[in-house]
Design a protein around this ligand. Sequence first.
Ligand code: FES
Length: 110
Amino acid sequence: MKIRFVAADGDSVREVEAAAGERLLDIAQADGQPLEGTCEGQMACSTCHVIVSEEDFGKLPVASADEDDLLDLAAHVTRTSRLACQIWLEEEWGSLTVRIPSEARDMQGR
Ligand code: FES
């Protein structure tokens, strides 16, 4: 399946191939996207925040309460914000488009 990463400025788009079962954060990092993922998926940092496209957001399983709590702390959160470390790709989605927030920053200041 195809994953599209839209840069924070909205101009450049990278399209990469990924397989179902892979984690979005791993794909983003392998592609060199600026997502720190400081806590490596422990849901303790929010530096893996991405903004899912409106069209794709509904395909994703809903966020857990813990993920929602953490997103509240992230900068530039939108209605379709998610944590990339909590998204495992599913074949049925076909493709997924996410935007990198303009300020990917660790709220703990590390
Ligand atoms: Fe820390 Fe996702 S990598 S919350």
